[in-house]
Design a protein around this ligand. Structure first.
Ligand SMILES: [Mn+2]
Length: 351
């Protein structure tokens, strides 16, 4: 049996892929595979087109990422797989097809506190089959990766706390572990992300991650660039608009080659909890193509549901995804400027 894992590039995607290796090797999906490969789409581009695939597989598993039904089925046919599984917790349409199993309790109405990450979902889904300390580490790493400090407000935090006490690590130190794992995608390196899954399989406890020298160096550069962008936003002339119901929308423009828009948006939203924060990055370039894609992130601490934005973005030909409190968009250069205007109008009218 040969298995292909397609995973998101962030700490949750990486942890989920590593968890899948452990589960597969323990025979959770039938006889342990003779070959397991993991791939992530081109960082920042939510499209299957950007996957570099070779060879045939019997089983494909998606972790912490999903695509429209047609693309998922095309991939399955392309690699000749008989079976495909999806484990995700983002807001998406359910794929109902023979030989496709879509596991996403969030779209079935389950509470997001119960499933804060894809890693958590995997660990819970297979809890009766596998219990290893290593699984617990990966489960917690994905969840803290996705929610950071926000996890303290969820019920899941009890488990996180118990785990951290057990390995004798503070929450702040563990955030540093997340930062090191995330640095692999933030520098825009696909190979680094894919390799990080294998490195995590060797790291049995969080302290082992802190010793990985390349990750420490990457994280150092990333941290400096995030600080530069956040202070740049604070110094920029304030671009604010007001929505129909009186919310303030704060808009900030970045120019960075690193994939830090989500981190910068998170920081600005935390500093402006009464606003909807929109961050735009035009500095992000594809490696070969010269065209600049426009990345946009919207995040708010107001208890709003931003997911209707996803539909708007897709209708305008952009790729988009997210959760009620955060939506990420990639717009191709030709729709970039127009799209931004539509986005502002949409926010003004609907929030
Ligand atoms: Mn996730």
């Amino acid at each position: 049996m040969r298995c292909l894992i397609v995973h998101h590039w962030d700490a949750d995607g990486i942890s989920s892929a590593a968890l899948l290796y452990l589960l597969l090797r323990r025979g959770v999906f039938g006889e342990p595979p003779a070959k397991i490969t993991n791939v992530t789409p081109k960082i920042g581009i939510y499209s299957l087109k950007s996957l570099r695939l070779q060879g045939d597989y019997d089983l494909v598993i998606f972790a912490d990422i999903c695509f429209p039904k047609e693309e998922v089925l095309r991939l399955k046919r392309f690699v000749g797989a008989e079976e495909l599984w999806i484990f995700d917790h983002h807001v998406q349409e359910e794929i109902q097809e023979a030989s496709v199993t879509h596991v996403n309790p969030i779209i079935k109405g389950e509470s997001r506190e119960k499933y804060p990450s894809a890693s958590w979902l995997l660990a819970e889904h297979f809890r009766n089959y596998v219990t290893l300390p290593h699984c617990e580490f990966l489960k917690v790493l994905g969840a803290v990766g996705d929610l950071e400090g926000g996890i303290k407000k969820t019920k899941a935090y009890q488990d996180v706390k118990r785990f951290l006490d057990g390995v004798n690590m503070s929450f702040e130190e563990f955030l540093h572990v997340v930062e090191l794992v995330d640095s692999n995608y933030r520098v825009g390196c696909n190979e680094c992300v894919e390799d990080a899954v294998l490195k995590l399989l060797e790291a049995e406890k969080p302290q082992d991650v802190l010793k990985v020298k390349e990750w420490r160096e990457r994280a150092e550069n990333v941290r400096a660039e995030i600080e530069k962008c956040v202070s740049g936003c604070n110094e920029q002339q304030k671009q604010e608009i007001k929505t129909a119901s009186g919310c303030n929308v704060l808009i900030c423009e970045l120019d960075t080659r690193l994939h830090i828009i989500s981190a910068v948006t998170r920081r600005l939203a935390a500093a402006n909890p009464e606003k909807i924060v929109v961050v735009v990055n035009r500095g992000f370039e594809m490696e070969r193509e010269q065209d600049s894609f426009v990345q946009i992130y919207v995040r708010t601490h107001l208890a709003l549901d931003l997911t209707p934005l996803i539909q708007l973005c897709r209708a305008k030909g952009c790729s988009a995804g997210g959760k009620p409190e955060v939506v990420g968009v990639v717009a191709s250069p030709d729709v970039g400027t127009d799209f931004l205007r539509s986005l502002k109008e949409f926010l003004t009218r609907n929030f």
